[in-house]
Design a protein around this ligand. Structure first.
Ligand SMILES: [Zn+2]
Length: 261
C-alpha cells in the first residue's frame, strides 16, 4: 500500500475535480468496508487508522483534530503521513482559542511535519451550529458553551493571512457544519449552511485545499428504517449529498456490468 501525504492526495483531487471523504473508524470492520468501497470506485482514501490489506489503494494516514503539538508529534513518530493541528481550540479541546494562539501553534506543527515530509491541516473558525450558536462534542472534542456568530464563520481575509503565516497544506473552515448526526433542525439553506463562505475563501485562496468537517448526513431512508424497527431517532438533516458525477456514474455502470457478466 502506498502511503501518501494529504498534500499528494488533495493535489490529485483538485487536479481531477473530485472531493475526498475522510472517515473516522473505530474497528477493523469499518476499515475494511471503507477500503472495499474505495477499491470499487478506484479512489484514493483518507482515513484515520487502518490495517493493511489493500495494497493497490493509495492511503493517507491522517490524525484528526490534534489538540497540541505533542499529539501531532506522537502521530508522526508512529508513521502518520498527515496531521491536523486544530488550534481553533486550546489544548483542552473545549475552549475557543484566539487567533494569535492558533497561528503560533499551527505554524510550529507545520515546521515540524514538513521537516519529515508530512502534511498538516489547520482549522480556522470554530465548528458549531449557526442555528443555536453552540458546538457539538465528538469523542470529547468540541467547543463548550455559546460562541459568537462571527466565530462560527471563518473570515475569508483572516483565512488568507492564516495560510500565509502557517503554510498549512489544507484548511478546515467553519461554515455551520458540526460533528455528529444532529447538524440541522430543518433542511439546510444558506442561513445555516454557509456555502458562500467556502466559495469566497476558495476565490481568495485557489491553491489551498479546503476541508469541511461535519460533512456527513444520516440519509432519510436510514432514519425511517431505524425508527420503523424500534429506534427513537428524532428527525435530523445533515449536509445534502451531491448528485453523483458523470465520472462516478460511468464507473458504477462499468462495475455493475462487470458484476453481471
Ligand atoms: Zn472534525
Amino acid at each position: 500500500m502506498a502511503r501518501i501525504t494529504l498534500r499528494q492526495l488533495l493535489d490529485h483531487a483538485a487536479e481531477h475535480g473530485y472531493g475526498v471523504p475522510a472517515f473516522n473508524i473505530n474497528n477493523m470492520e469499518q476499515g475494511l468496508a471503507i477500503m472495499e468501497a474505495a477499491a470499487a470506485v478506484d479512489a484514493p482514501k483518507m482515513i484515520d487508522a487502518l490495517e493493511q490489506m489493500y495494497p493497490q489503494i493509495p492511503l493517507c494516514l491522517h490524525q484528526d483534530h490534534g489538540n497540541e503539538e505533542a499529539t501531532c508529534a506522537t502521530a508522526l513518530q508512529h508513521g502518520f503521513t498527515s496531521v491536523m493541528m486544530d488550534g481553533s481550540l486550546k489544548a483542552d479541546a473545549k475552549t475557543a482559542a484566539d487567533y494569535a494562539y492558533n497561528v503560533d501553534i499551527t505554524r510550529r506543527v507545520v515546521e515540524m511535519a514538513h521537516w519529515i515530509g508530512a502534511s498538516v491541516e489547520g482549522e480556522l473558525g470554530v465548528l458549531g451550529s449557526l442555528e443555536h450558536g453552540g458546538g457539538e462534542q465528538e469523542d470529547g472534542h468540541g467547543v463548550e458553551g455559546e460562541v459568537s456568530h462571527d466565530q462560527l464563520l471563518t473570515d475569508p481575509d483572516q483565512a488568507v493571512d492564516f495560510v500565509r503565516a502557517t503554510k498549512v497544506d489544507a484548511l478546515a473552515i467553519a461554515m455551520g457544519t458540526s460533528h455528529g448526526a444532529y447538524k440541522f433542525s430543518r433542511k439546510p439553506d444558506g442561513d445555516i449552511l454557509a456555502m458562500r463562505v467556502v466559495e469566497e475563501i476558495h476565490r481568495r485562496l485557489p491553491n489551498t485545499h479546503l476541508v469541511m468537517h461535519g460533512s456527513s448526513s444520516v440519509p432519510q431512508p436510514l432514519q425511517d428504517a431505524f425508527n420503523r424497527f424500534g429506534g427513537e431517532m428524532p428527525q435530523t438533516w445533515g449536509v445534502p449529498r451531491p448528485r453523483p458525477s458523470a465520472r462516478s456514474q460511468r464507473k458504477q455502470e462499468a462495475n455493475s456490468i462487470r458484476a453481471n457478466s
